[in-house]
Write a protein that binds this ligand. Structure first.
Ligand code: FAD
Length: 476
């Protein structure tokens, strides 16, 4: 540890650790302060690597394989013996993946000359040229003050608690607890029908839980294109997920080893019992012990750190990124903001294109989109044309037993410019990148129509969707 750095980053999640690596690449002296302990060991990687994106995807993959082996192989003429799941092995696999990745990040920081300071960072004063950051080590030794020419605040977010369903980490858990159930709950309640609730609900449903999702909003997946939310609701319900919109949980209490959930469903009171309840009602920016009284950093009314489009706070040389600031709480958004902040400190004029941040829900099939929904495009005054193609008419999807979902494109009818792509399909999270790249290059629908897509691939449905925007789809 040095007494003074070009850059100190507080928080070693995807935003903070990528910023640290980039700063090292650019030759800055850089420290990343991270206080997290995961399974007894200090760990970089933040929410995403430790208790978010990665462990949830490990469990989604295990549970998908289990379900597919149990139910889908017979169609292929493959017979198996009894299919069983060893939950502790599944959890160990997940933990090993997390450990491999967090260890890899530590090695990358080291390899790029960035110091990882294990402990808590607090910005005492960010106003002058030499910012003062207090560092309190995890090992219990006395706090020290380090100076930095620049600071990036990247302390991320934590799950929101709701008083009606207090977390006890045994029966009522948040998203972190739901990654570590040691057995499959017979009945699982999920409060919140957003991305995290649907993903975690899917994991345990595939493994045998009867899952009920309580969503207070009258609309399912309100941020998605209407055609997508309708299709997603249909497919998830067909899989056995009981999604109840317009249903507000009013009380959850543990009685005799079960969770009694009281709710109001469109004005009708009800009660049901569950073995476990996951509370996934959203996340809030995490600022505990981050800012000293004289830090000088301004916050928004909602308690986020206030930043401009370049993640600059009100103080010169103090940046804030990721879940701590406005915009979607997504790892890739945090990462790009981290790199932008560092490159701006280095004098470059980079920016993040917030119009092309991709959203993915890793259910099966996956749900993904980029850009404007049809409804948003209309609201913004575009004369809209759309194209849509069903995976049921895509040869590769059918060959793979993945003929569910569709690809939809939204475009401006006058300019032909692609405004959005919406995908419900196996691998949608990858396929939607075609829309993102096309939008970044300001592609027209015609540009995409004139390209040759390999046969047979699910990507051909992108081609068919853009053809269908002008009534030219071949297989529809
Ligand atoms: P974080 O990852 O939250 O990291 C911040 C770090 O800062 C933490 O490790 C914290 O310990 C540390 N910290 C905080 N305060 C201090 C301090 N004062 N001193 C030192 N250290 C401090 N996003 C996706 O894009 N794709 C997904 O598939 C996805 N899946 C998710 C699944 C789940 C179950 C959850 C919970 C989240 C998921 N997310 C996903 C969201 C994603 O994890 C976050 O958007 C992302 O981690 C935000 O990155 P960040 O760097 O801003 O903050």
């Amino acid at each position: 540890m040095k007494e003074s750095y070009d850059l100190v980053i507080i928080g070693g999640g995807p935003g903070g650790y990528e910023a640290a690596i980039r700063a090292g690449q650019l030759g800055m002296s850089v420290a990343c302060i991270e206080k997290r302990i995961n399974k007894g060991e200090p760990a970089l990687g933040g929410t995403c690597l430790n208790v978010g994106c990665i462990p949830s995807k490990a469990l989604l993959d295990s549970s998908h394989r289990y379900e597919a082996t149990k139910h889908d192989l017979a169609d292929h003429g493959i017979t198996t013996g009894e299919v069983a799941i060893d939950i502790s092995k599944m959890l160990s696999r997940k933990d090993a993946i997390v450990k491999q990745l967090t260890g890899g990040v530590a090695a990358l920081l080291k390899g790029n000359g960035a110091d990882w300071l294990q402990g808590t960072g607090k910005l005492l004063d960010g106003k002058g040229a030499d910012k003062q950051v207090e560092f309190t080590p995890l090992d219990g030794s006395a706090p020290t003050t380090i100076t930095a020419k620049n600071v990036i605040l990247a302390s991320g977010s934590v799950p929101i608690d709701i008083p009606v369903a207090p977390i006890d980490n045994e029966y009522i858990v948040d998203s972190t607890g739901a990654l570590d159930f040691t057995e499959v709950p017979a009945r699982l309640g999920v409060i919140g029908g957003g991305v995290i609730g649907l993903e975690l609900g899917s994991v345990w449903r595939r493994l045998g839980s009867e899952v009920v999702v309580f969503e207070a909003m009258p609309e399912f997946l309100a941020a998605a294109d209407k055609a997508v939310s309708k299709e997603a609701a249909k497919l998830l319900k067909a899989q056995g997920m009981d999604i109840r919109i317009d249903t507000k949980v009013t009380q959850a209490q543990v009685e005799n080893g079960k969770v009694l959930v009281s709710f109001d469903a469109k004005g009708q009171a009800g009660q049901e019992t569950f073995d476990k309840l996951i509370v996934c009602v959203g996340r809030r920016a995490y600022k505990e012990n981050l800012l000293g009284e004289n830090s000088g950093v301004e916050l928004t009314e909602r308690g986020l750190v206030a930043v401009n489009d370049f993640c600059q706070t009100n103080l010169d040389g103090v940046y804030a990124i990721g879940d701590l600031v406005r915009g979607p709480m997504l790892a890739h958004k945090a990462m790009e903001e981290g790199m932008m902040a560092v490159e701006r400190i280095h004098g470059e004029k980079v920016q993040v294109n917030y119009d092309t941040i991709i959203s993915v829900i890793y259910t099966h099939p996956e749900i993904a989109w980029v850009g404007l929904t049809e409804e948003q495009a209309k609201e913004k005054g575009h004369e809209v044309k759309t194209g849509q193609f069903s995976l049921a008419a895509n040869g590769r999807a059918l060959a793979a037993g993945e003929g569910q979902g569709f690809i939809k494109v939204v475009a401006d009818a006058k300019t032909d410019r692609l405004l959005g792509m919406h995908v419900v399909s196996a691998g949608a999270g990858d396929i939607v990148h075609q829309g993102m790249i096309a939008m970044e290059f300001v592609s027209s629908i015609e540009d995409l129509q004139l390209m040759t897509f390999a046969h047979p691939t699910i990507s051909e449905a992108v081609h068919e969707a853009v053809l269908s925007a002008d009534g030219r789809a071949i297989h529809a």
